[in-house]
Design a protein around this ligand. Structure first.
Ligand SMILES: [Fe+2]
Length: 305
């Protein structure tokens, strides 16, 4: 009998310790790491010889709700790094009233040349779901029954366009940044089947100093076509870097077709460079990040040697 009592006591203590560790982990992931923003930095030699440096600020997946003051202030402060070009790869909103706060967050960055695409979360409001479902399937199916957008994506796009930012949703265009000619092309979000690469298909302008491809979800079927059309730098978001990662292992799932080693960061994709942002935010219903700090990236493009 005393043996059974002892075993129950040990099991009870183990349950208390496990509960305390779990609560501490959730507290860390939701309060500390979720607000522990980092600015990553890469230098990429892809401009024509003799070109000046072109500094690109890559923002993605803010999933902003109006009360996230720390995130808003951090994004505003990025202007101090004096980017020549700002690229927003979507999922900026997570609330019907987030357009004003997001435009406020961009603040002085809107005075700079910029470009953007939408992500699914700019159109559809977040919903309560089991966050663990990403382990066995992507969130693509979540949108099958949602066909009428309920977030103010038009107002979001209009505000960025009014500042001169290039709308690259199934479009191409040119912009000037650091005295360089940038030929840009982009697609709407493949995660909800709104990408129309055929609308922009064809070789990117070979006379441009930089050929830039922009997309929300780094889906290989689109990355392949951007790369084949000569886009040198491909910028995407969507993955959140996995959002919940394992120490010494990294990203568990990417929620799209890209492999988990390219869930965030800089890599080669054929002859192109691919940068996937780990993103700035989280869904309000899964407000945690673990081993995957929220981020923005400075990409210093320099002349080839
Ligand atoms: Fe996102």
């Amino acid at each position: 009998m005393s043996g059974i009592r002892r075993a129950l006591r040990v099991a009870g203590r183990a349950a208390v310790v496990t509960g305390a560790v779990g609560a501490a982990g959730v507290g860390y992931a939701s309060v500390i790491e979720r607000n522990w923003f980092r600015l990553r930095h890469h230098e990429i030699p892809l401009l024509p010889p003799g070109s000046p440096r072109l500094r690109v600020l890559h923002l993605s997946d803010a999933h902003l709700t109006p009360g996230r003051r720390m995130l808003i202030d951090w994004i505003r402060g990025l202007d101090a790094h004096e980017p020549d070009l700002v690229v927003n790869t979507g999922d900026s909103l997570a609330h019907p009233e987030a357009v004003g706060p997001f435009i406020d967050a961009l603040g002085p960055l809107l005075e700079r040349p910029g470009a953007f695409v939408y992500g699914s979360n700019d159109l559809y409001s977040p919903q309560l779901k089991n966050p663990a479902r990403y382990l066995w399937r992507s969130s693509k199916g979540d949108y099958r029954k949602r066909t009428v957008p309920d977030l103010p994506w038009r107002e979001l796009g209009a505000a960025m366009s009014a500042s001169g930012w290039l709308d690259l949703n199934n479009r191409t265009g040119h912009l000037k940044a650091a005295a360089l000619d940038v030929a840009a092309g982009g697609v709407h979000d493949s995660h909800i089947g709104l990408d129309r690469y055929d609308a922009i298909a064809g070789p990117a302008d070979p006379a441009a100093d930089l050929r830039l491809g922009v997309l929300h979800s780094p889906e290989p079927r689109n990355l392949d076509r951007f790369s084949a059309d000569g886009y040198q730098l491909l910028l995407a978001g969507h993955t959140h870097g996995g959002q919940l990662c394992l120490p010494f292992y990294g990203t568990i799932v990417t929620n799209c077709g890209i492999d988990r080693r390219r869930a965030w960061g800089l890599s080669r994709y054929g002859a192109s460079w691919l940068h996937v942002s780990g993103g700035l935010g989280t869904s309000p219903y899964a407000p945690v990040r673990f081993c995957c700090r929220p981020e923005a990236t400075l990409l210093d493009l320099v002349a080839r040697g």
